[in-house]
Design a protein. Structure first.
Length: 184
């Protein structure tokens, strides 16, 4: 049995019995190599398939978070070739509206390491505001280069952590007015 996933090239040392007679006079056996071509029979996948990230609302733009690597048992052109970022198609339970702003807040960057693998990072491109939205849901899709193209997804939940970034304007103004009127 030939299995492309365990070995890509085979050397055939045992030649069929019938061929043995033809080469009996030959001083050496011929070398036969069989190269096994990969077909696109595997889809990319992420382990785990969901990642929760916590970011402070004071995180600066350019903050990058390394995402889990995608895996694809296929080789070369049939392995993962690209990634795409989308907002998750989940409705907000309170408003019934899909939050598409997540893709305006984040982007993906890819870089190839020396070993040929790819690092994928989620990058903050706009400031976060917890008072506006405390959770953003995104989906990263990994696509392979095969025909037909296969894909796998990573669900990302970004929890925005609160920071003391808002002044208590109304309470402060009322306090100042009361103090001024009491002193008169």
């Amino acid at each position: 049995m030939i299995d492309e996933h365990t070995q890509y090239r085979y050397f055939c040392a045992d030649i069929a019995d019938g061929i043995d007679l033809v080469f009996k006079e030959s001083p050496r056996w011929p070398q036969v190599y069989i190269d096994v071509a990969d077909i696109n029979d595997n889809s990319p996948f992420f382990l785990p398939d969901t990642r929760t990230i916590q970011l402070s609302e004071l995180s600066s733009t350019g903050t990058a978070v390394l995402l889990p690597a995608s895996h694809d048992a296929d080789t070369t052109a049939n392995s993962v070739t690209s990634y795409h970022l989308n907002a998750a198609a989940e409705l907000d339970e309170d408003s019934g509206i899909v939050d598409r702003s997540a893709t305006e807040l984040f982007s993906l960057t890819m870089s190839t390491k020396l070993d040929g693998s790819t690092d994928v990072k989620l990058v903050l491109v706009r400031e976060l505001d917890r008072e506006w939205s405390d959770t953003h849901r995104l989906v990263v899709t990994a696509f392979d280069g095969g025909q037909p193209r296969r894909s796998g997804t990573l669900n990302i939940i970004v929890k925005v952590l609160d920071a003391n970034d808002n002044r208590l304007a109304a309470a402060y103004d009322n306090f100042v007015e009361r103090e001024q009127s009491q002193s008169l």
